[in-house]
Design a binder for this molecule. Structure first.
Ligand code: GDP
Ligand code: IMO
Ligand code: MG
Length: 422
């Protein structure tokens, strides 16, 4: 068997959590391969809403193995809070969740460094989630990181050395902080972590594949936040693209199967950085209001705009997307007109290719569609789709060269229409 990958094609928050939960019954194991608690994946079913940050979205369907892979960065404090909240709501994960010994640990000083670097950038700040993601990945690549497996042997020594390095940097930045309480909580959370199976996940995952078991890899963030291919430097610090599933799980490229690319019927972004189709008018406000576009974890208001097919085509290409999943189409239910950006005008010249720099001088070129003006939230089959909606979907399929397998018409698990089975 192969690993199927589900990942975001825009700037994150496309609805990955919801769809992973919907697809989970088809799989034996669900894995996370990159990112950390910067993610906020929302699931809704049976009148309950859950937000997951480090834990894969396959935990609610029972009897599945959920794995936090080596490519993830883990904050023991936030992980503990997440796992304890789930246990309190009747979802005890201790037998169901495994963590790679090679996943890197987010230290208290990584969080402080994240804040210090952002403060030092001033106006040019990235608008990070403040979870220490950048500094932790920096230490990983710089070969200074601490891994989950390290907590099993001589950990205090390794910790002290890493902390000292951070203190020197913070001193240089003239950044004052007090982490005594946070540090105590962190060490207690490390003990809590030991209740879970700490595994060599690359062996476990490859064994599953050999035994004919099916595995789904759940992306975090989105392609436009990828450290190599996103809107650099306004990106996260991991490879959010499909290739990240290979390095973040220890799976060979030829063992990747379907690549599900997920996108909103419009577009959002949270944090700083360029966003060519961003709307600063009433339409943008309407998208924000109808789509409840506020961060799942930070509560920050998301910037809203029309769908960007230049960026989406690029994302489809980089990821080798084989099937598309369109989310939040219901948010557009009441619009008279819907726009899609098909090209950028840069210095007077039109391009359909995603450029090196999507700076302010990029002007979107739009095509317009009549809205469907129909409430789609209770629809259960594509036979009910309005004609105008079908025209919009067909246009997107043609532009992107990939079929739309699933259409989501609301946040609930049930509000999902699968257009065809594989
Ligand atoms: P993720 O990070 O990709 O998992 O997405 P988030 O959970 O951060 O953001 C998606 C938001 O949209 C959540 O509040 C979901 O409950 C909600 N959502 C998901 N699918 C739909 C949909 O089809 N329609 C509407 N209206 N909301 C949706
Ligand atoms: P999910 O998985 C949306 C954004 C931050 C910031 C940039 C860098 O829920 O889709 P970081 O803390 O990673 O160093 O921040 O990336 N960002 C996200 N935006 N959804 C996410 O995750 C995000 N994770 C990070 O807002 O602009
Ligand atoms: Mg999110």
């Amino acid at each position: 068997m192969k690993v199927d990958v589900l990942l975001g094609l825009q700037w994150g928050d496309e609805g990955k959590g919801k769809v992973v939960d919907v697809l989970t019954p088809k799989y034996d194991a669900i894995t996370r391969f990159q990112g950390g608690p910067n993610a906020g994946h929302t699931l809704e079913f049976e009148g309950q809403k859950y937000v997951l940050r480090s834990i894969p979205s396959g935990i609610f369907q029972g009897g599945k193995t959920n794995i936090i892979g080596n490519g993830v960065v883990l904050d023991p404090i936030l992980f503990r809070q997440e796992a304890e909240a789930l246990a309190a709501s009747g979802h005890d994960l201790t037998g169901q969740l495994c963590i790679s010994k090679k996943a890197h640990l987010i230290m208290p000083t990584h969080r402080i460094l994240d804040a210090a670097y952002e403060a030092a950038k001033g106006e040019a700040k990235i608008g990070t989630t403040g979870k220490g993601i950048g500094p932790t990945y920096t230490d990983k690549v710089g070969r200074n990181g601490l891994r989950v497996g390290d907590i099993l042997h001589n950990f205090d020594e390794k910790y002290a050395l890493a902390k000292k390095k951070h203190e020197t940097i913070l001193k240089g930045l003239n950044y004052t902080y007090d982490i005594a309480a946070l540090e105590k909580e962190w060490f207690e959370a490390l003990e809590y972590l030991k209740r879970f199976r700490l595994i060599d996940s690359e062996h476990v995952i490859n064994r599953l594949l050999k035994e004919g078991k099916s595995v789904l890899a759940e992306g975090a963030q989105g392609t436009m936040l990828d450290v190599d291919f996103g809107s650099y430097p306004f990106v996260t610090s991991s490879n959010t693209v499909c290739a990240g599933a290979c390095t973040g799980l220890g799976v060979a490229p030829r063992n990747i199967g379907e690549v599900y690319g997920i996108f909103k019927a419009y577009c959002t972004r949270v944090g700083s950085g360029p966003f060519p189709t961003e709307l600063f008018d009433e339409t943008g406000e309407k998208l924000c209001e109808l789509g409840h576009e506020f961060g799942a974890v930070t509560g920050r208001k998301r910037r809203c705009g029309w769908i960007d097919l230049v960026a989406l085509r690029y994302a489809v290409m980089i990821n080798g997307v084989s099937q598309l999943i369109m989310m939040k189409s219901d948010v557009l239910d009441g619009f008279d007109t819907i726009k899609a950006c098909v090209a950028y005008r840069v210095n007077g010249e039109e391009t359909e290719e995603f450029p090196f720099d999507i700076c302010e001088s990029v002007e979107p070129v739009y095509v317009e569609f009549p809205g469907w003006k129909t409430d789609m939230t209770k629809m259960t089959s594509e036979d009910e789709f309005p004609e105008e909606f079908n025209a919009y979907v067909s246009f997107l399929e043609e532009e992107l060269g990939v079929p739309v397998k699933i259409v989501s018409v609301g946040p609930d698990r049930e509000q999902t229409i699968v257009r065809y089975e594989d």
